[in-house]
Design a protein around this ligand. Sequence first.
Ligand SMILES: [Zn+2]
Length: 201
Amino acid sequence: MTISSEPIIVKGGSGWAGPMPKGSVLRITDVAGQQVGDLVLFREDDVTERFSQANTRKMENTIYLAEGSRLWSTRCSVLAEIERDTVNRHDILSSACSPYDYPIRFGIADHRSCLANLCAALKPYGIPEELIPDPVNVFMRQELSTDGTLSVEPPRSRAGDHVDIRFAIDCIAGISACPQDQNACNGWQITDLRLDLAPPA
Ligand SMILES: [Zn+2]
């Protein structure tokens, strides 16, 4: 992949959004290791069609994404595909951490959250909170027990690991460098993500 633009650093605990044309590639790099990024995608010409965790699980027959996985929309269109992946383990079970769950799960009011980060980053694109879907939790690792119990474990990503996502149609993408420091989601340390955007070849 030819990286032609200046990298964008998404500071740990903050968010970013921008247009991703058909054929372009978004490389998400875990700068320091074990940092999750909550990624959401919207069809640019109709943002009511957006990424769907449930359709992606159904169409890909998996609860973990890896190289070759396609990211499906609420109307079962392919929005993008994971073209290259040095980790091969991404969660599509969990919702974004939010201002609504920190008080209940951890007794903390006003904690930074992926949902709030995505809301702020996507606002300039006219995308309100109610349209923000459950994300691709890039680098996030949950383990599923045979009895159905889920546990959040530290990501397998190490410094420099990355995933390349090629867009199948014009999209708006939003990403949050997850501020979750109350469980093992980010290895108990919040660090930066780096984005490299490559235009269509
Ligand atoms: Zn989060």
